[in-house]
Ligand binder design. Structure first.
Ligand code: NAD
Length: 282
């Protein structure tokens, strides 16, 4: 039976460290602040923004929300971002995705100053991850790496399969594992015979957004299984992994909810604190 990787408990220990760092910042007169840009009225986005803002407040990080109508022109969003870029009281800028269809996501994200890009989605930060240099790492993949490392398993030399190749999760997660010296395979919707590849993995990261895509016969006994998927079926959350049968053969597994989700928000807070610390010279 797999050991459960408790994302909530691991996130809690990260908040303990964040609290210390926020206290230190405040003692130096720096109040970390996250600006949140929400465009439109997508109910899921509203919920995500609420929980990010709540977490921030609980941890001494100020938030400033800019809620724009879903019909505004892209230029209005980019103008707002440019103002926030030069506001010294703002350390992190988060543009909640998805943006309305008439906007070019990458063009909007590219307006965020890389120093304030706490979601790590600007091309400069993506490039830093690619080259293994310093930059903001996207929150979900960063959280995934923490969860994998929490098992105590040495990632170096392990076979890791990532299912999903989005710029938000799959690709950066693959790069992070590669930078940790795993041997990485990336699968996607056009991958043939997915199960034969996932079954080779010592570490299996599933980020496809397909409920219960990964069945027990696709998992290597003893593998570390990280389930990123957040799917709602009949009002209940389920992941990309068929949890009960896979739990019986994996070595470690994350639950949904309570695995990757809490870590994503914790990493956003960590990146915001880091952005504030970076403004202190010396
Ligand atoms: P996405 O739709 O942008 O990408 C999905 C990827 O999965 C694509 O690369 C696609 O090729 C691949 N894919 C789809 N069907 C597949 C199949 N049958 N076999 C193999 N690959 C397949 O999604 P995303 O933004 O990367 O998110 C993925 C999942 O992770 C979603 O369920 C999302 O809700 C969840 N998510 C969770 C968190 C969190 O904090 N827990 C954060 C971000 C995303």
């Amino acid at each position: 039976m797999a050991k459960l990787i408790d994302g909530k408990a691991i996130a809690k220990s990260i908040y303990d460290n964040i609290n210390l760092r926020v206290r230190e910042l405040r003692s130096k007169g720096v109040i970390p602040k996250l600006a949140v840009v929400l465009v439109g009225d997508d109910p899921a986005s509203r919920l995500y923004v609420n929980s990010k803002e709540k977490r921030a407040r609980e941890n001494g990080i100020e938030t400033e929300e800019y809620h724009l109508d879903g019909s505004v022109a892209e230029a209005q969003v980019t103008e707002l971002i440019k103002k926030l870029n030069v506001d010294d009281t703002v350390h992190g800028i988060l543009v909640q995705l998805p943006l309305p269809k008439h906007m070019d996501k990458q063009r909007v994200l590219s307006c965020i100053s890389p120093d304030k890009d706490v979601d790590g989605l600007h091309a400069v930060n993506a490039g830093a991850l690619m080259t293994g240099s310093r930059g903001f790492i996207p929150c979900t993949p960063k959280g995934i790496l923490h969860l994998v490392k929490s098992t105590g398993i040495d990632v170096s030399g392990k076979r890791c399969t990532v299912v999903g190749r989005s710029s938000l999760v799959g690709k950066p997660a693959a790069l992070l594992m590669l930078n940790s010296d795993a041997t990485v395979t990336v699968c996607h919707s056009r991958t043939a015979d997915l199960g034969s590849i996932t079954k080779e993995a010592d570490i299996l990261i599933c980020a496809a957004g397909r409920p219960r895509l990964i069945t027990a016969d696709m998992v290597k006994p003893g593998a570390v299984v990280i389930d990123v998927g957040q799917n709602k079926i009949d009002g209940k959350w389920c992941g990309d992994v068929d949890f009960e049968p896979v739990e019986k053969i994996a070595g470690y597994i994350t639950p949904v909810p309570g695995g990757v989700g809490p870590m994503t928000i914790a990493m956003l807070m960590q990146n915001t604190v880091e952005a504030a610390e970076n403004t202190i010279v010396g």
